[in-house]
Each structure stands twice: as structure tokens, then as C-alpha cells.
Design a protein around this ligand. Structure first.
Ligand SMILES: *Cc1c(COP(=O)(O)O)cnc(C)c1O
Length: 342
């Protein structure tokens, strides 16, 4: 598959902004080339535009070469850049599978790119033939989310592979919640599919939502284009530094993830004992989708008790469903006791 042939014409021919650090890459005593303030502080110099030190660490963790790693200001930046790379505004389209994460459509709308919607099946998996039947010459990217938000389940790997092989499109698989799944995700098959883009993030398992750091993994060809069109200094020095340090503390993340997975099981079991709860959907993420009698009323009631969950009851295939993030054991007990008094 020829990836370059899918890229927008103007993007293919673009020259990136050339930073001072692009023009002189060596080590020197005196830097007078970037109009920085010369008085030292932690922040007076611009950050590394390509985040080399941090990427080396991520490269070890994910067993991927650094030229297959893109870092963005949240994965949201990568979503936006992917749409801008491949989709001609007012002409081309993306395809999403509903229900799913809202940012794919928002970024497409901002870029005046059409959104084709295909429903997931009743068990919230993809139907390959239905997706293939909806493709036309204008659809350039298929966005999948696995584990899916807001349903919580992994999509079947074998179906994603069929799409990779049969669709002739860029397939983006958003793995924001993969650390909570008992599954390696699709990183191991990345070398086989130049049209596959994986998104991961520091916002969930790594507990750094406030720092804004997202990752995209893809063929070096695609990563190089994302690096060409991004803002030169998209990841600030503080984020680069703290993420680097936090990656050295992997055991903290692992312990928290294990605790959350354990709590997911406990909360699910205890919720099922409550009268208004109809169904808990199986989750590979740090939240559960819960079907209830009159979810909207329960949502409003929980607000009066100071507990905020996500009302998904008006979302496709999520009628009467609330999405509940797994909290600390104390927080989970609290939601259970409020629901019991209903
Ligand atoms: C939370 C979430 C993200 C994370 O986005 P960031 O911009 O990295 O914070 C990405 N995708 C999905 C599906 C999410 O739920």
C-alpha cells in the first residue's frame, strides 16, 4: 500500500518551519540564535522540538524505534493532525463507528471534513463488511477505539486486521485505555501494516491528564509527516521532563492500574446487586458502562449527592446507560451506598 498516495497534495509538498535547533544541531558554549532570554532559569530555552530524550525512553518501553513515535499535546493533537494530513477539506471524509469517542468528529468538523458513521454491533464490536460497504473514494481514514469509549470493550483484533488488509485506508486505532486491558494491543503488529496508526496517551493509566501528552505510533513515513506539520514546540519542557521521570517509575503506574482493575471487578459485582441496575457491560478500561432503570433520573439524583458520572443515555446504542469511572475504593463505596438508598 502506497501511503504517500493518500496524503493531501499540499501537505506532501510542505516545508516545515525550521527552528534554530534544526539549523544548528551541535553543542556550543553560547547560543545567540533563538532570541531567548539569556538569563538562566528552568525555562528560558525552547524545548527540543522532536523530544529525542523522552522518545528514547518510550522507545524502550514500547519496543518501537523512535522514528515510529510521534508525541502530541494530548492524543487530541494527533487526531487533528492525522485528519489534516490525509483529508482534503470540503471534499474528503473519515469513518467512525458509533458509539465512540467524540473528538474524531469534532476534529473532522473543525477541518470541514465529512464524517461517515457506522454503528457497532449489539455486542459493541465492528462489522467489517458493513464498514467496507460504506467506503467510497472520499473516505481516507477509519477511526476505531479499542478499548472503546464509552462501551469499555476491546474490538476484536482479527476484525481490525481484516480492515487493515481489505480497506486500503489509514486505520487509526485509539488505545487510550490499553493499559487496563489484559491484552498487548496492536503495537506488536505495527511493523506489518504501514496503514496502521495507534494512539496512546499519558492521560489515563499514567495519571498525567493535566500535562497533556499523547503518543501516536505508525510507520516512519506517517510519523515524519506529522512532525512536519505540527507546531514546532508542541510539547513544553515541563511535560517532557516529568514524563521522562515518570516513565522511570513504571511500578507506580502498574500498581495503580492493578488496583483499578481489581476495583472494576468489585464495583461491577456490587452494582449488579442494586435494584435499578440492569446490566454491566464487560470492560477492558478504567470505567464501566452501566444500564439502569431511568439512567437520566439517577444521573440527576447523583449530582444532588455530589457524585458526578457521565450520562451517556442519549448516545447511539447506549440508551439508559451511565459511564462510571473507577475511582478509589472509598469513592466506589460511596457511589454504591448512594445508589442503595435510591
Ligand atoms: C481520554 C481519551 C483520550 C485521551 O486524550 P488526550 O488528549 O491524550 O488526553 C484519547 N482517546 C480516548 C478514546 C479517550 O477516552
Amino acid at each position: 500500500m502506497n501511503i504517500l498516495s493518500l496524503v493531501r497534495e499540499n501537505i506532501k509538498n510542505l516545508s516545515p518551519y525550521s527552528t534554530a535547533r534544526d539549523e544548528f544541531k551541535g553543542i556550543a558554549d553560547v547560543y545567540l540564535d533563538a532570541n531567548e532570554n539569556p538569563y538562566p532559569s528552568d525555562f528560558n530555552r525552547y524545548p527540543d522540538p522532536l523530544q529525542q530524550r523522552l522518545k528514547t525512553k518510550i522507545s524502550d518501553l514500547k519496543s518501537l524505534p523512535t522514528d515510529q513515535i510521534f508525541l502530541g499535546n494530548g492524543s487530541d493533537e494527533a487526531i487533528d493532525l492525522l485528519i489534516r494530513t490525509f483529508c482534503e477539506p470540503a471534499r474528503e471524509a473519515i469513518l467512525i463507528t458509533e458509539p465512540t469517542y467524540g473528538m474524531y468528529k469534532v476534529c473532522a468538523d473543525v477541518n470541514n471534513v465529512e464524517v461517515k458513521k457506522v454503528k457497532l454491533t449489539a455486542s459493541y464490536d465492528i462489522d467489517v463488511d458493513v464498514i467496507l460497504s460504506q467506503l467510497n473514494d472520499f473516505v481516507k481514514i477509519i477511526f476505531l477505539c479499542s478499548p472503546n469509549n464509552p462501551t469499555g470493550n476491546l474490538l476484536s483484533k482479527n476484525k481490525i486486521v481484516q480492515l487493515l488488509e481489505r480497506s486500503n485506508r489509514i486505520i487509526v486505532v485509539d488505545e487510550a485505555y490499553i493499559d487496563f486491558a489484559n491484552n498487548p494491543g496492536l503495537t506488536p503488529i505495527l511493523p506489518s501494516y504501514p496503514n496502521l496508526v495507534l494512539l496512546q496517551t499519558f492521560s489515563k493509566a499514567w495519571a498525567m491528564a493535566g500535562l497533556r501528552l499523547g503518543m501516536a505510533f505508525a510507520s516512519a513515513e506517517i510519523i515524519s509527516i506529522l512532525n512536519t506539520i505540527k507546531y514546532p514546540y508542541n510539547i513544553n519542557i515541563v511535560t517532557q521532563h516529568i514524563a521522562f521521570e515518570t516513565l522511570g517509575q513504571g511500578h507506580v503506574k502498574t500498581n495503580q492500574v492493578n488496583e483499578i482493575i481489581e476495583q472494576r471487578k468489585i464495583l461491577s459485582e456490587k452494582l449488579l446487586e442494586i435494584k435499578c441496575v440492569q446490566k454491566i457491560y464487560p470492560s477492558d478500561a478504567n470505567f464501566i458502562l452501566v444500564k439502569m432503570d431511568n439512567a437520566k433520573a439517577i444521573y440527576d439524583y447523583m449530582i444532588t449527592k455530589g457524585i458526578i458520572v457521565r450520562d451517556r443515555s442519549s448516545v447511539t446504542l447506549c440508551e439508559d446507560c451511565l459511564r462510571i469511572t473507577i475511582g478509589t475504593p472509598v469513592e466506589n463505596e460511596r457511589i454504591l451506598s448512594e445508589l442503595k438508598t435510591l
